[in-house]
Write a protein of this length. Structure first.
Ligand code: RP5
Length: 169
């Protein structure tokens, strides 16, 4: 059986700077990733064919990023019953256009929509990993360790801030 992987689709290569944290997060957790530029509007047939093919090859979760009238996540969800996570990209209107286009799906075709831009992309990576961890105890352990490391970093930052404030008197 082929290795499970996450497919990250984006509507344009111009989306990549905001999508990159999703790639980094998944790679940090040791999850295989495929990244593809394909558009719901500009390359609908290629998008459809890729989703069907990736689904059959063992894609566990699809992450879809698009800006403006962002229909990519919805178009992907229409063609698979694998979980689909949508990242609204900030191109125009501060990303609000993409947020509403991604999140407001009709009943029966879900898209789990994360925050606009880079923070959303990071969370898309974590959310996909958490979904995969339901059937992968080793991955669940990595995620718990990652959370603990994050908490330690916050505590260290707090300690540094307290030290700076104390030094000011
Ligand atoms: C969307 O249109 C893409 O996802 C991108 O966010 C936006 C603009 O694309 P480019 O004109 O930069 O290729 O479909």
């Amino acid at each position: 059986m082929s290795q499970p992987f996450v497919a990250i689709l984006m509507g344009s290569d111009s989306d990549f700077p905001q999508v990159e944290p999703a790639v980094d997060t998944l790679r940090k957790l040791g999850i295989a990733v495929e990244v593809k530029v394909t558009s719901a509007h500009r390359t609908p047939e290629i998008t459809h064919a890729y989703v069907k093919d990736a689904d059959q090859r063992g894609c566990s979760v699809f992450i879809c990023a698009a800006g403006m009238a962002a229909h990519l996540a919805g178009a992907v969800s229409a063609n698979t019953v694998k979980p689909v996570i949508g990242i609204p990209i900030d191109v125009t209107l501060n990303g609000l256009d993409a947020l509403l286009s991604t999140v407001m799906m009709p009943g029966g075709i879900p898209v789990a929509t994360v925050a606009i831009g880079k923070a959303g992309a990071k969370n898309a990576g974590y959310l996909a990993a958490q979904m995969m961890a339901l059937a992968d105890p080793a991955l669940a352990k990595k995620l718990k360790e990652d959370r603990a490391a994050n908490a330690r970093q916050v505590q260290e930052k707090d300690a540094a801030l307290q030290a700076r404030l104390a030094a000011k008197g």
